[in-house]
Design a protein around this ligand. Sequence first.
Ligand code: MG
Length: 218
Amino acid sequence: MKTITINGTGKEYRIGKILCIARNYVDHIKELSNETPQAPVIFMKPVTSVIFQGESIVIPPHSNDCHHEAELAVLIGKGGKGIPAGNALEHIAGYGLAIDLTLRDVQTELKKKGLPWDIAKGFDTACPLSGFVTAEAVVDPQDLQIRLAVNGELRQDGHTSLMIHTVAAMISYMSGIFTLEEGDIILTGTPAGVGPVRSGDSIEAEIPGVGQLQINVA
Ligand code: MG
């Protein structure tokens, strides 16, 4: 069991399912030469992939190309099904930072064959999470800077205003398919600048006002 306690509150959330959206920033779609999807592309990570500050990323031996994807993470506080976009932000308990680690070489092979991405996205340690702040602490989830540096070199410097599907639209869409429950987490996609991390690297990622994470690759 893995839990999140929002900073400054005593409330503990047991992490449920982790829903992720792919290809949600135009500049990132271009850098991977992907097509812009008609409908959001959704995948999931298992809760066993979550690690926190102080733990290390372990790249599985079946990959030689593990990429970092810094993302805004949303913690659901109030569940629901078929949530209208207009009410969607009321279902959020807090916000944090996630790194959607992706075995790009494995994913590329799976994509070619039309197979699911689970083993490229859901391995142990594939979902580092920062601490979380309350929803009230974030005035507008579409007005946040996202940065990620590897060994001090800035790799990703994006802004949530560049999302194709907003946080509210994502919650509405996802909750039409999957009942959302307290403790579920949504990873909202990554801006441009993704790239490889290797054993011994140090990753620093930050969403100012939301969360920061310093994590090493074992
Ligand atoms: Mg991602």
